[in-house]
Design a protein around this ligand. Structure first.
Ligand SMILES: Cc1ncc(COP(=O)(O)O)c(C=O)c1O
Length: 361
């Protein structure tokens, strides 16, 4: 007799990350995973390296120093911050804690793939709510939340569409959702947003007992390889996360680098400004090529291909890869006519535009 995992787990198509290798290229241009093209803050790199002499020690399981630094930087209550091994750990734990067999986990149809994966591994049913013009449909989400719904996951800005809801739209969502539903606001790209009606979710967490915000060090802080994220949650939810997480879920080098990264405001500002400049340039250039770059509040652009004369997204993906440029195909997100391109360094961004110009010529 073979061993049988719990229901739902074998329905999961394992998450496939962005490609990082192109045959024939020792150092391909990696624009497939929304990483920071400027790298990590030099101060974070130093803090990481300094930890090498103390690797025999367990980390601080309570992440005191990092929670203090995050709380100070964002004006939050450190007691309600929980750190995780990437924000994906915290998202999965939240779904597992609050949803199980017979329950539904809602997400906006072109939302981050992890939500459906985490729902299935919890034995819950993921429910994709259709979008309007590649943006979350507020009233559709509210209308679909029923007695079996436990969690609604919403990335804001959303990956891969780049769409972003305003603070008042989020308030409307909280108000409209039934009282038994957790709103999990995934603000992985919060620091890139330039619009002034944006709300990362912290205020909503403080005003409600059923909103949780997750954040990451993988994007603006350039620490994707270290795996570090955090959640800001109502006290009872923070308590649940602290019971569920591993006692040492965040490594000592990640804790040290995280503190240095959050204190290096200059690096975060440079990263944001670089992104704003080159994202706009990339959109202008690709629109001039006859492609359809969606507006984006993140560090990436969803690029729609017209599909005429063999100029479709799948062919473009292969064309770029053959030139050492890796971007993300979007078929798994239900967007087979699109590619998602991370904003790279100036040279990388120019290179991808030049390759696309050749492709459509
Ligand atoms: C919307 C969104 N949420 C969460 C994550 C996961 O981030 P982390 O590296 O913190 O697990 C990503 C990563 O791409 C993302 O795009």
């Amino acid at each position: 007799m073979s061993l049988t995992p719990r229901p739902g787990i074998l329905d999961v198509a394992p998450y496939v990350g962005g490609e990082a290798a192109a045959p024939g290229f020792a150092e391909p241009t990696c624009l497939a995973s929304n990483e920071n093209p400027l790298g990590a803050s030099p101060r974070a790199q130093e803090a990481y390296a300094a930890l090498s002499a103390g690797l025999h020690r367990y980390p601080d399981g309570g992440a005191q120093e990092l929670r203090r630094a995050i709380a100070e930087r964002h004006g939050l209550d450190p007691a309600r911050i929980v750190c995780g091994n990437g924000s994906d750990e915290l998202i999965s734990l939240l779904i597992r804690a609050y949803a199980g067999p017979g329950d539904e986990v809602l997400y906006s149809a072109h939302g981050f793939l992890l939500y459906a994966i985490a729902a299935k591994t919890a034995g819950a049913t993921p429910v994709a709510v259709p979008e309007r013009d590649l943006s979350a449909d507020l009233e559709g989400l509210i209308g679909r939340a029923g007695p079996r719904t436990r969690v609604l996951c919403l990335a804001n800005p959303n990956n891969p569409t780049g769409s972003c809801l305003s603070g008042s739209q989020l308030e409307r969502l909280v108000e409209g959702l039934p009282g038994h539903v957790m709103l999990l606001l995934d603000a992985a790209y919060a620091e890139y947003v330039m619009r002034n009606d944006y709300e990362d979710g912290a205020k909503l967490v403080e005003a409600s007992d059923r909103v949780v915000m997750t954040r990451t060090f993988s994007k603006i802080h350039g620490l994707a390889g270290l795996r570090l994220g955090w959640a800001y949650a109502p006290a009872e939810v923070a308590d649940v996360l602290n019971r569920m997480r591993g006692p040492f879920n965040v490594t000592a080098p990640a804790l040290a680098a995280g503190v240095a990264a959050i204190e290096d405001r200059g690096h975060a500002t440079r990263s944001r400004d670089h992104n704003a400049q080159w994202l706009e340039w990339f959109r202008e250039q690709t629109a001039a090529l006859g492609l359809d770059p969606r507006p984006s509040a993140g560090n990436f652009v969803l690029l729609r291909f017209p599909g005429q004369n063999g100029h479709d997204a799948a062919t473009a993906l292969t064309w770029l890869k053959a030139r050492g440029i890796l971007v993300r195909g979007m078929a798994a997100y239900g967007l087979p006519d699109c590619l998602r391109v991370t904003i790279g360094t100036e040279a990388q961004t120019r290179a991808v535009v030049a390759a696309l110009a050749e492709f459509v010529a």
